[in-house]
Each structure stands twice: as C-alpha cells, then as structure tokens.
Design a protein around this ligand. Sequence first.
Ligand code: ADP
Ligand code: MN
Ligand code: MN
Ligand code: MN
Length: 338
Amino acid sequence: MAKYKLEYIWLDGYTPVPNLRSKTQIKSFDGFPALEQLPMWGFDGSSTQQAEGRSSDCMLKPVAVFPDSTRKNGVLVMCEVMMPDGTTPHPSNGRATILDDPGAWFGFEQEYFLYQEGRPLGFPADGYPAPQGPYYTGVGYKAVGDIARQIVEEHLDICLDAGINHEGINAEVAKGQWEFQIFGKGSKRCADEIWVARYILMRLCEKYGIDVEFHCKPIKGDWNGSGMHCNFSTDYMRETGGKAYFEALMEEFSKHCEEHIAVYGPDNHLRLTGLHETQSIDKFSYGLADRGASVRVPHSFVQNDYKGYLEDRRPNSQGDPYQIASRVLKTISLVAKP
Ligand code: ADP
Ligand code: MN
Ligand code: MN
Ligand code: MN
C-alpha cells in the first residue's frame, strides 16, 4: 500500500466563466488508483458561489483521473459538481449537459497569454514591443524571450506524462501568446483534458511568478486576441457526410448563432470583429480554408466529398469546453440525416 495525493479539481460557480478549484486528500491504494476506486468528496459551496452558507455542502464526483508527475504519488482527479444527494448535477455542471455522442471527436486549440506584472511576458514596462509579425512560430530571444519556452516545454511534458492527448504547441501571433492543441475521441474526454491542461499550466506558472491570461482580448490595438478553435466531427460526418448534409448543418449553425455565441466565452465582441482572422460576432459564415469565416471548411473536407471535420473559429480562450461541446452536439443533433 502507498499513500496517494489525490488532487480533486472542479469548476466553481462564478459567471460568466468558472474558475478552477482544487484540494488534496490522501488515500492508500495498492497501485495507481482507477477511476472506480476514487470516492466522492464534498466541499464548501458557499465559498465558490455554488451554495448558500446555511446549506453549503456540494459533492465532487470523480470523472477522469491522470497521473501527476510533479508530485510523489500524485493523482489529478477531474470532478463534476453534484447536489448534496450525490446524483443530481449542480446547475453549474456544464459537463452533465453534454448529450453523449461516443462517435464525436473534438480538437480544441487553446490560445493564451503568459503575463507578468500586468502585461504580456516580453512587453516593456512602458509602450509596446516591435509589432506583430516575427512572433508566430518564432525562434530566438527577440521573438520569444527567455523563460516562455521553458514554461511551455515543461507544461507539455507534465501533460504528456498525465496521458493528456496533446497534438502540438506553437508560439502565437502576439508577443507572449502561445497555443496548445488537444484532440479527443469523445467530447467529454477532450474537454476534461483541456481543463486539466489549463490547471497544470496555471499551477506550473505559480513558481515563475507568472499568470496565465485566458481573456480573449487582453491588449487593445493591433494585437491578436486569443481563441479556442473547436474542431469537431461525428461518425456521420466522417463516414457519410455529403454536400446536402453539410449545407443543412451550416443552416442549423446559422439559425442558432446567438446560442452558440452565448457559450463561446465572454467579451467575444472584442475579438470577433472581422479583423485578425475572425468573422464579426453577429454574422455567421463558412468558407473553404477561410480564416475570416465563422466556420472554416478544410480543403480535405471538400476533396473527400464533404466528409471529415469542421473548424468553428468563434469559441474564445476563456470559453468552457464542456459548454462549447454541449452546444455543438446539440445543434448537430437537430439536423436530419438524409
Ligand atoms: P490550425 O491552426 O490550422 O487551425 P491546428 O493543427 O492547430 O490547425 O488544429 C487542428 C485541430 O483539428 C487539431 O486539434 C486536430 O486534433 C483537430 N482534428 C483533426 N482531425 C479531426 C477530426 N476528424 N475531428 C475532430 N477534430 C479533428
Ligand atoms: Mn492552431
Ligand atoms: Mn492559433
Ligand atoms: Mn485553428
């Protein structure tokens, strides 16, 4: 038997975007614990905007488990928040709203800024660095600075050790801006991994005295905002597809534009302006390889007789992947298959 440090992670009840919360409990196991071995736990919901002080208990239901290589016998336990009965999802529990679609594949591209002393890492105390251009996928001290690459590399290693399905990382268009991509078969799996990767990044940055800024437009002016492009496909899209189905799907997306924007992250009007590779927030459009459209249709999709995946470019960096996946799958479910 060994004592494991179980870090229970959950989303609090703050709106419009939840914050990550976590606490540790120690339990003994013969080996690395499986999800089924992890007990429910509770917390004080009155401190997280999830309950009144008089009846403050909320429950934590483990839903995904990851090894934590930064800690001896460390375990990261992603949880859903449940009501005191342990079976009813709490109203803040977006994960519980996802219509299960086992054939759904999601790939999120999480962009973010590293921040120090209230400004992007590498920005001078006064004014601005050289304009955008050399930073995207850049190399060299002038482009990426000294500490940023160390952080993103360390983050990548911790995530890979945890079994998170990273597909890649890159320096982004603005100075101090980075991206990682996570792909998952199963919408819940992919969204769980995005939240745990965010958690690992924020915790890692503590020791560098650096914050992760997930806001979608932290710097005004000619500086890119941060998105979280949502690439998605279902069994039907990959195996049957076809132009008629694709057009019906886009029609449904257009009809529900407002409901999508409502869960695609706060302050998105600051980012979806029609500039900087975005479509305006109040317009819906799609286009072949068009990075100025709401939905980009990859070349491979059209060449493959309208089969494959699509990229919704509207979700922003602060969006909740549970709510985003839930809405995308809901709209897909409204489309009749010819
Ligand atoms: P770009 O920056 O050009 O938009 P990225 O390579 O950063 O492209 O991201 C593309 C994303 O699409 C990846 O996260 C990948 O996992 C995802 N993806 C690829 N194929 C599929 C698929 N069939 N279903 C869902 N997502 C997919
Ligand atoms: Mn990308
Ligand atoms: Mn990007
Ligand atoms: Mn993209």
